[in-house]
Design a protein around this ligand. Structure first.
Ligand SMILES: Cc1cc2nc3c(=O)[nH]c(=O)nc-3n(C[C@H](O)[C@H](O)[C@H](O)COP(=O)(O)OP(=O)(O)OC[C@H]3O[C@@H](n4cnc5c(N)ncnc54)[C@H](O)[C@@H]3O)c2cc1C
Length: 461
């Protein structure tokens, strides 16, 4: 039996509006963002680098604060947050369209108050934090005054929480945390970390771990190394910390949410973030496609331009088609979230976009590099940086293989094994059943045999 539900559906039973347009008022906001990022924010990338996650000195603040003010005046600051937190409470489609623009520039998320991992961290503190935690951590985070870190992955455990070892043990009126965490992004510039630790070793990882809010200067918290990414030259160390939590004592009120809730909280955090990452990737790949096309129509060969060559036209067409497919998939998933789609379907489709994200970025930037020749692999174009972001996107928030497994498992859940030897679409079996159904009709026995039927069906394609 074909499980139609395994394919994307747009809601059960109700009337569904499929509308691919953007309302003019919001389009005007997007147009403003587009020009603002190009003219005001991209120069920051060029002069102050691609690692903006640090408290600003007074000189830089004099440039950055007025830009943030313009974003606030325009009503575009931290739009992922609800109005009660000073945001607009935009749905995922609007956020996706905004992130497509923000993805072009490392500084843009800072200027618009939407930088990861602070967005996700703010969301979970807003959702699960006590009043005291919100006052201490959330407000300055929302104001862009401090940065935070999400410290979950472990050196030996990687993407499998069942192998995590970091423990938090009750001690008097507080907790003591011991263990190692790996690739804790921005820990070196963060004011506090959200740390995942085992609090009940007698139950499974999904129910025995809790989250703690830990100020970075807590005694016992030692950043052993700051690790850089491939292609980075980071003499002072990269942005991804290997951290030793060596008897880190925190008070009871550091617990975020209830004991054993870490996994549920982590899931809250990652859903929307993956859609935003995907749409930022659309922005990056779009930038690579723009470079590809500009070079194709500019670079001359003996017989014309590169754009006259069939192979280059193939690169352009394939890149455009694949990117458009991916963009529509991401926007469609954003739309199903806004429609309150079945959470299981949403999880499957978020995993699906996570699988495609690194592939799209790789394929489009690879072709753009090829068309630029030596210039493409030089450090005088941004293409190398975009290209190297692709394998990173295949690991951040869990490896591609794990998400592919999620997609396959959920799709397969919509199917039942057939009884008997033959598949449900086995033609001789179906023809026999059809003949039985029309046994009383004199013409039924004279109708086409299986082979003719196959031919007939192929002819219908
Ligand atoms: C740029 C960057 C920033 C990051 N920031 C943070 C952060 O801020 N906080 C944080 O906690 N973590 C962070 N991480 C860590 C990230 O979550 C992990 O890299 C990811 O979960 C994979 O873990 P791992 O690197 O140890 O790989 P491993 O778990 O060792 O996996 C290695 C490979 O093994 C295969 N594999 C593993 N498990 C499976 C499986 N179940 N099925 C099929 N194949 C599998 C895959 O090919 C996978 O790529 C960051 C990573 C990167 C690259």
């Amino acid at each position: 039996m074909i499980a139609v539900a395994a394919l994307p559906t747009a809601g059960e039973g109700g009337a569904v509006a499929w509308d691919f347009s953007t309302d003019p008022e919001f389009q005007a906001q997007l147009d403003w963002m587009d020009a603002f990022v190009t003219e005001e924010v991209e120069p920051l990338d060029l002069l102050w680098g691609s690692k903006p996650y640090h408290p600003l000195d007074d000189d830089l603040r004099a440039i950055v604060d007025p830009l943030k003010e313009q974003v606030r005046d325009r009503g575009l600051w931290a739009c992922h947050l609800g109005p009660e937190l000073g945001g607009r409470g935009y749905g995922q489609v609007k956020l996706a369209l905004m992130n497509e623009i923000l993805g072009r520039s490392p500084w843009a998320p800072i200027i618009f108050g939407t930088q990861a991992p602070d967005t996700g961290n703010a969301e979970i503190i807003a959702h699960y934090g006590t009043d005291g935690q919100k006052q201490r951590y959330l407000q300055p985070l929302l104001d862009g005054e401090l940065f935070s870190c999400y410290s979950m992955t472990e050196p030996q455990g990687g993407s499998d929480p069942a192998l995590f070892e970091t423990r938090a043990v009750r001690d008097g009126d507080g907790w003591v945390i011991d263990g190692w965490k790996y690739f804790s992004s921005n820990a070196r510039t963060a004011s506090f970390l959200i740390v995942m630790a085992i609090t009940d070793p007698d139950t499974d990882a999904y129910h025995g771990m809790s989250m703690f809010l830990v100020p970075t200067d807590t005694p016992g918290l030692v950043i052993e190394r700051n690790i850089g990414l491939l292609g980075e030259r980071s003499p002072g160390g990269g942005m991804h910390a290997l951290i030793h939590y060596d008897g880190v004592r925190v008070p009871a009120e550091s617990l975020l949410g209830g004991e054993g809730q870490a996994f549920v909280i982590a899931q809250t955090r990652l859903g929307g973030g993956r859609v935003h990452h995907a749409m930022r990737t659309v922005g990056m790949a779009r930038r690579a496609l723009d470079m590809l096309c500009e070079r194709a129509v500019s670079r001359r060969t003996r017989k014309g331009t590169l754009a006259d060559l069939a192979s280059v036209r193939d690169y352009v067409a394939d890149s455009y088609i694949e990117l458009t497919q991916f963009r529509l998939l991401v926007l469609w998933v954003a739309w199903t979230i806004d429609q309150g789609g079945d959470p299981r379907d949403v999880r499957r489709d978020i995993a699906a976009i996570k699988v495609v994200t690194p592939r799209i970025l790789h394929d489009v930037t690879q072709r753009a590099i090829q068309v630029h020749g030596a210039l493409g692999v030089s450090d005088e174009m941004p293409l190398g940086g975009l290209w190297m972001t692709s394998p990173i996107m295949g690991l951040v928030d869990g490896p591609t293989e794990v998400h592919r497994t999620t997609v396959a498992r959920q799709v397969l859940q919509g199917y039942e094994p057939v009884e008997g030897l033959w598949p449900s679409q086995h033609l001789p079996t179906r023809i026999a059943a059809a003949r039985e159904k029309y046994a009383d009709h004199p013409g039924a026995l004279r109708t086409a045999a299986g082979a003719d039927l196959v031919e007939h069906q192929v002819g219908n394609l």
